[in-house]
Design a protein around this ligand. Sequence first.
Ligand SMILES: C[S@@+](CC[C@H](N)C(=O)[O-])C[C@H]1O[C@@H](n2cnc3c(N)ncnc32)[C@H](O)[C@@H]1O
Length: 402
Amino acid sequence: MEDSVRVENRHHPQPTFILFSRALTPERLDYALKEKKKNNPVISRNFKIKLYLCGIIAIRTHMTTTYRTTAINNRRYLGNKYRLLPFIQKVVAQNTDNIHIFADLFAGTGAVSSAFTDKQIITNDILYSNFLANYAWFGSEHYDSDKVIELIMTYNAIIVEQENYMSVTFGDTFFSRADCRIIGFIREDIEHKRSSGQINSRESAILITSLLYAMDRIANTCGHYDAFRQGVTFDRHIELSVPQASNDNHPRNACYNEDINVLAPRIEADLVYLDPPYNSRQYCDAYHVLENVARWQKPPVKGVARKMDRSGLKSAYCTTKATEAFRELIRAINARYILLSYNNMSKKGNERSNAKLTDADIMEILSGKGEVQVFCESYKAFTTGKSSISDNAERLFLCTCR
Ligand SMILES: C[S@@+](CC[C@H](N)C(=O)[O-])C[C@H]1O[C@@H](n2cnc3c(N)ncnc32)[C@H](O)[C@@H]1O
């Protein structure tokens, strides 16, 4: 995974403020920022008193005027195809023609779509956290990058002392209680700014994506959010980076957050790329904390890992219903090409990592739709447990539809 770079913030050469608060609320933060704009760079005595009355004590400081940036690949994600992009691009370039609309319907965090930004992109994922990431990276709505940078720098400077949903629910589990207070405050503030019209949907998606990336970077997990390590010292703290999202995306890009089998009949594309889950591991279980923060409905949680109710987020592709769901999906797809990623881990490793679709079923179902070619590339499997499996190959099944 590449590290993000630290760049000078040319937009904010002046000294800025750190805000401390005993009762920091989104409304009070707005007020402080407005006041800050009015009388920069010196905080007047009057201003200090006003902030104090608001429960905010502001101090002028030569705080860092730099911020980190982040790219789409700076996110760990189960089944991420980032390393396979050259292989996928080569197969598409050499075996298809006239691809203008590229639909990535099990998009995850959007790694594959990021290699096809010269085309109109359609993304979809059942997780709302992934929908937001895809909308942040590929949405066609214009966003104000100065506004996003300013908010991220402010968020990186706040200290929050009051408890909130995040700190009460997840304090000292995947994140320290202090980081949870900041995460909860930031998420609430983004919601407040979006509902009061201060930021648009794209700016909101970019800020939430930045928060989710920052959380994932410091999370105390054993790979994913099924469990956290007990008794650790939380030595990494939340710091948001600025997503380098483009304002030149294709104007007809579209992002969806639906079950693929419900969406597919309504989509028309030149090429539909499919990268379903391979095994019984549900993505909503592995990423429940991020999904919880993305949705921000503050639900009750259960168990040691503090999982919310995820019944509406379970995927048929992780169950014994996978073959039937896949058959129905292929029948519904409206495209000239279907490109399927499916590795050959079937019957290897442990029971949970056994593939849900057999090669025979894939071939039989795709052949009913058109002519099928299979392309292979070897890779090292990603496992979080002790089992290590060699001889894996990532396969691409290309169906040229009749
Ligand atoms: C293997 S991952 C995709 C990884 C992605 N290609 C990447 O490179 O990051 C499979 C994705 O499918 C999503 N998914 C699973 N079942 C789904 C369904 N029924 N409808 C839509 N998305 C689904 C999961 O949330 C997960 O993000």
